[in-house]
Ligand binder design. Sequence first.
Ligand code: SF4
Length: 283
Amino acid sequence: MKTEVVKKYLRLEKMPTVWCPGCGNGIILGSLLRAFELRGRSKDDIVLISGIGCSGRTPGYVDVHTLHTTHGRAIAFATGVKMMMPKMSVIVVMGDGDCTAIGGNHFIHAARRNLDITAIVYNNGIYGMTGGQVSPTTPYEAYATTAPYGQMEAPFDIVELALGAGASYVARSSVNDVPKLDEIIMKGIRNDGFSVIDVITPCPIVFGRYNNLTADPMKNLEWIRETTIPKSKAAKMSEEELRGKWITGIFRDREKPGLINLYLDLEERLSKPGSGEDKGEEA
Ligand code: SF4
């Protein structure tokens, strides 16, 4: 990454990060910083919010407005920030458990409302920081501290969840394809509405060691390379061949009025004399 981007956006006094060697979190952070730079907004106009977990440490390293909140509640905090300060570019970073277990309800309702924020999910399929418990995205038959015989439940597909709940921008990439990751994060931040970016990323220290990949970063990245399939290639594969794979690409990118725009339109309508829309006043 260019030195000037690093110096501009990182709180260098906080380095080194707490992340383990080979963790994918630093790669996602790099893509995020490049997206900020390309977007070209002032650092004063950006708010970066996280919950708890390894991903939750991200805002501590970035020199924009930052909030490190409670487990699963990052989107709830982001909702408040965006509603009060609609001109801010609000980005939420979450782990898979943070987003789809503890914060699952916030996630689906932010998508339903098409709230104008960008949600980036660091999806490593496990609770890394808290000791390797199963998360809603732990792959079928993968091992975890709470699944010593293999995960028996069907995992959530974050992309399908976001599409079904109504997000206007939905994409998935992995840390193995950094140019694509840069692109989809940039597009997500530009979207006026709820943007969901599911990033498949390695946790070599916990997931890797439990799943015969060891803590070797290269083995973990190789496994991700084998299990992520671009949309165009997936279209030619059978259901059987796609079992246990993550399909990558942009799944939805459509203009749909975000919640903030709907409120601003309402405010404008109500401000017109004789609009007759304020039922409260009539009563
Ligand atoms: Fe990364 Fe896993 Fe270490 Fe957390 S526990 S910093 S996710 S490698």
